[in-house]
Design a protein around this ligand. Structure first.
Ligand SMILES: N[C@@H](CCC(=O)N[C@@H](CS)C(=O)NCC(=O)O)C(=O)O
Length: 346
C-alpha cells in the first residue's frame, strides 16, 4: 500500500475536508479515494460506514478501516512526529478539544440544516453530490441519484435536530459564530495562536461547506464575515506554514475573543448536549429543552451522549493548577455545567 495514508471521503463531507487539511498541514503523505471507480477492493470495510474512512495499520502492520476524525487525529499524532496539532499546554489542549467538539457536533448542525432545509441549497447539493462520485455520469443517470440523496438526507435532518422550531436557534447561532470568529481571527489567526490546532481543522471542515458551497450560508458569510471566508480558503492547505513551539497562545494572554467563543459554546452547545444525554439515559423518545430562551426539540442522539463522556474524561485529566485555571476561565460561560458532579453543591 506504500507509505501514503489511504482514506475514503468526499468533497461534500465536512469531516473529510477537516482531515485532508490536517494531513496537508502535517505534511503526511496520503491518497484520497473519492469515487467508486477509484475504490480499492483490497481495503477492509469499516464497522460503521462513515466518511472519512481511514485505513491505518495496527501493530502487526495489518490495515484496518477506522472512522471518527477526533480519535484518528490522536492516532496520527502517535504515528507521525512533528507539526503537532495538539497544544503542549494541558489547558490549551483541553480548550482545543472542547472547541473541536463544538465544531464537529454543533456547527455541523448549521451545515446540515442549511444544506437540506432551503430549496436553493437542496437544489445545489442534490445536483452536485452525486456528480462527485461519478464524474462521467449523464444527466439521466444523475437525476435518480440526486432524488435519492436529497430525500434521504432531508429525512435525516432530525439527527442534527433541524426542524421548524429549531431553525431560528441554529441560524442565529451561526450568525453569532461568524461575528465572534471574525473578531478572533484578527487575534490569531488560529483558534489558539499563530499555529493551527485540531479545533481549527474541526471548524474548517464545516466552514468549507457553509462558506463555499451551500448558497444560503455562503451569502450570509460573505455579507457578514468575509474574513471567515478568506480564512477557510487559506486553511485548505497550510503545508507551507512553519510552526514553532512559541506560536501557541500563552495561557495568561488569551484574547477576550476566545472568551466570547466559549460563551457561545456555553449558550447553545452545552444545553443541547446535557438535554440529549439526559434523554438518552432515560430512554426518552425525544429531547426537549430551551436554548437562548427558545424551545429546542430533537430526537435523542446516542453518539453525542458519548461526546459528553469524552469531554468529561478530558476535564478529569486536568490536575492542580491546570484544573483551577480552566475552572476560572469557564466560570459563567455555562460550560462549567458540563462538569458539575450530579448532586454536588457547586
Ligand atoms: N464523528 C465523525 C462523523 C463522520 C460523519 O458523520 N460523516 C458523514 C459525512 S460528512 C457521514 O458519513 N454520514 C453518514 C451518511 O451520510 O450515511 C467524524 O468526526 O469523522
Amino acid at each position: 500500500m506504500g507509505d501514503r495514508v489511504a482514506l475514503k471521503g468526499a468533497p461534500g463531507s465536512p469531516y473529510t475536508r477537516k482531515m485532508l487539511a490536517l494531513l496537508r498541514y502535517r505534511q503526511i503523505p496520503y491518497r484520497l479515494i473519492v469515487s467508486s471507480s477509484q475504490a480499492d477492493d483490497r481495503l477492509p470495510e469499516p464497522k460503521v460506514a462513515l466518511l472519512p474512512t481511514f485505513y491505518l495499520p495496527d501493530a502487526s502492520g495489518e490495515l484496518h478501516a477506522v472512522v471518527d476524525s477526533t480519535p484518528i487525529i490522536r492516532t496520527l499524532e502517535e504515528q507521525y512526529a512533528g507539526r503537532s496539532v495538539i497544544p503542549t499546554d494541558p489547558v490549551l489542549a483541553f480548550l482545543d478539544y472542547l472547541i473541536e467538539d463544538y465544531a464537529d457536533e454543533w456547527l455541523t448542525k448549521a451545515m446540515f440544516h442549511y444544506r437540506w432545509y432551503y430549496a436553493a441549497d437542496i437544489e445545489r447539493a442534490g445536483s452536485i453530490l452525486p456528480r462527485w462520485r461519478s464524474l462521467t455520469a449523464t444527466d439521466e443517470e444523475i437525476a435518480p441519484m440526486s432524488q435519492f440523496i436529497s430525500e434521504r438526507q432531508i429525512s435525516r435532518l432530525y439527527v442534527v435536530g433541524s426542524n421548524d422550531t429549531t431553525a431560528p436557534v441554529i441560524e442565529d447561532s451561526y450568525k453569532r459564530f461568524l461575528d465572534i470568529f471574525r473578531a478572533h481571527i484578527a487575534n490569531g489567526p488560529f483558534v489558539l495562536g499563530e499555529r493551527p490546532g485540531a479545533a481549527d481543522f474541526g471548524l474548517f471542515g464545516q466552514l468549507t461547506q457553509l462558506t463555499a458551497f451551500d448558497p444560503t450560508p455562503m451569502a450570509e458569510t460573505l455579507a457578514r464575515a468575509p474574513q471567515v471566508y478568506a480564512w477557510t480558503s487559506v486553511v485548505e492547505d497550510l503545508s507551507g506554514l512553519e510552526p514553532t513551539a512559541d506560536d501557541w497562545f500563552d495561557r495568561d494572554e488569551l484574547p477576550t475573543t476566545l472568551n466570547e467563543l466559549l460563551a457561545e459554546i456555553g449558550r447553545v452547545y452545552v444545553p443541547a448536549l446535557l438535554a440529549n444525554a439526559a434523554a438518552v439515559e432515560a430512554g426518552s423518545a425525544s429531547v426537549t429543552t430551551q436554548i437562548e430562551g427558545r424551545p429546542w426539540v430533537q430526537e435523542p442522539f446516542p453518539y453525542q451522549a458519548k461526546c459528553l463522556q469524552w469531554l468529561r474524561q478530558q476535564y478529569v485529566k486536568l490536575e492542580g493548577e491546570d484544573r483551577a485555571f480552566i475552572d476560572s476561565l469557564l466560570e459563567g460561560t455555562g460550560i462549567e455545567l458540563l462538569f458539575v458532579k450530579p448532586g454536588s453543591a457547586n
